[in-house]
Design a protein around this ligand. Structure first.
Ligand code: HEM
Length: 455
């Protein structure tokens, strides 16, 4: 007898499968489909079966109970071409190579200790951003906060990974490259290899002779290229960290880290501009912690409970990667009584889970207060809030990202009062989303800053 028990599936077309049902905002359509078919359903993208996970409970089954089985990533043609043949961390298949580069990242690049060692970089780049705003904030000048958030994220990432900022002509070269790179990742096919100035950067580091001479465990401020070259040079025979792995890992920091972090900043500022009472409560907290000093330092952040609640609430409603990063099932497995076959791809709809009325009271309201009396966090233990994923493949950059986000937001609301151009009311702010891997605001966030006068 056939005992195979597949999750429910919407009817599909012979060739497209369910692809035609996804529309421009797959996370929205998949939420609607899940309301009819349940928190575990199987769609077909062409011929490929895709398990779509849409509740906290089902996400826990996939990313905790059966995490190992679901720790692979689907192979994407684009990654083979662009990301040094899937040698990067995010798209690497589950196995020994992934284990080694993951452990290098977690221990040496993204650890709490390493993130703390770059405190002065975040402080300087945040100060530079505030200075730029101060220069513009006269006569109701409209700032493009979207661009400014992108710039600060990019500058911090450049300094931490490559050792310096890239501005002017050089900066444009980098920016153009990332732009092309992003477009290619979304495209169906590309003709040629994307030119990549990373070779030059690595050569420069090697010429300066720091490779091999860095204590990879120390708290000194070696950039990621230095650390990785050291690890490469001091290789043991079973190490798989070669020059290609070094490049792929550096690239990962930009591809996985910058667009996501800057998206988070952009949505947080949007929600604050939309909800002036939340903005004022946050400003009260930040200004009372900082007292008479001119700016927020990282030491102040620990006391800012409401700031952390604002960030959580924004990531709940606007996870930068609404469907996380696809996973792949490595062997046949039973999940909540359903049979899932090896090779099935997996999408977790973190966006829908963050808005699920069975987890959240008034789910569509922006109410950071809900987190003040709750221990729910986004570190991958509470499955109703998983903007960073969870488990073995969960985001290793959480500490790195939150350090930037807290610092930038705290300073933005401490040093300035904010309003919308033309005195528009927050309710009128357009919150439309773009389509794409990371979901941005459709229109850039324009705002007017007024320097805050301490008395
Ligand atoms: C707000 C900012 C960020 C968000 C929302 C975010 C989100 C995510 C998500 C959803 C995943 C997939 C998790 C899973 O499959 O369970 C991921 C993976 C990853 N993230 Fe992040 N991320 C952010 C910032 C960063 C930063 C700053 C870095 C590095 C500097 C980073 C590096 C990575 C890497 C390397 C992976 C792949 C891990 C693996 O496959 O083993 N992320 N991130």
């Amino acid at each position: 007898a056939n005992t195979h028990n597949s999750p429910p599936s919407p009817t599909r077309l012979p060739l497209l499968g369910n692809l035609h049902q996804l529309g421009s905002f797959p996370h929205h359509r998949l939420q609607t489909l899940a309301q009819n078919y349940g928190p575990l359903m199987v769609l077909h993208f062409g011929k490929v079966p895709v398990l779509v996970v849409s509740s906290a409970d089902a996400a826990r089954e996939v990313m905790k109970t059966h995490d190992l089985v679901f720790s692979d990533r689907p192979k994407r043609k684009m990654n083979e071409v662009l990301l040094y043949g899937s040698n990067d961390l995010a798209s690497s298949k589950y196995g020994e190579y992934w284990r080694q580069i993951r452990s290098v990242s977690v221990l040496h690049l993204l650890s709490t200790k390493r993130v703390q060692s770059f405190r002065s970089v975040r402080e300087e780049e945040t100060a530079r951003m505030m200075e730029n705003i101060r220069e513009c904030c006269c006569d109701s000048f409209h700032l493009n906060l979207t661009d400014m958030c992108a710039a600060v994220t990019n500058d911090v990432t450049c300094r931490v990974t490559l050792g310096r900022r890239y501005c002017g002509e050089e900066g444009r070269k980098f920016q153009k490259m990332f732009l092309e790179f992003g477009e290619c990742l979304g495209a169906v096919s590309i003709g040629d290899y994307v030119p990549w100035p990373l070779d030059e950067v690595i050569e420069e580091h090697a010429r300066n002779g720091r490779d091999g001479g860095v204590d990879v465990d120390s708290e000194d401020q070696s950039d990621f290229v230095d650390v990785l070259l050291s690890i490469e040079k001091n290789n043991t025979s079973d190490s798989l960290i070669n020059r290609t792995a070094v490049k792929a890992l550096i690239l990962d920091m930009f591809v996985a880290g910058t667009d996501t972090t800057f998206t988070a900043l952009e949505w947080i500022m949007s929600e604050l501009l939309k909800h002036s009472s939340v903005m004022h409560r946050l400003q009260d907290e930040v200004r009372s912690v900082v007292g008479n000093r001119t700016h927020v330092t990282e030491d102040d952040l620990g006391e800012m409970k409401y700031l952390k609640a604002v960030i959580k609430e924004s990531l709940r409603l606007h996870p930068p990667l609404p469907l996380l990063v696809p996973r792949k099932c490595m062997e046949d497995v039973k999940v909540k009584g359903y049979d899932i076959g090896a090779g099935t791809q997996v999408l977790v709809n973190a966006w829908a889970i963050g808005r699920d009325p069975s987890c959240w009271d008034q789910p569509l309201e922006f109410k950071p207060e809900r987190f003040l009396s709750s221990s729910i966090d986004f570190k991958g233990h509470d499955f109703e809030l998983i903007p960073f994923g969870a488990g073995r493949r969960g985001c290793p950059g959480v500490t790195f990202a939150t350090a930037i986000v807290e610092m930038v937001i705290a300073n933005l609301v401490h040093q300035f009062d904010w309003s919308l151009p033309g005195g528009a009311s927050g309710e009128d702010l357009d919150m439309s989303e773009t389509t794409g891997l990371a979901v941005h605001r459709k229109s850039p966030l324009l705002a007017v800053a007024t320097a805050y006068q301490r008395n």
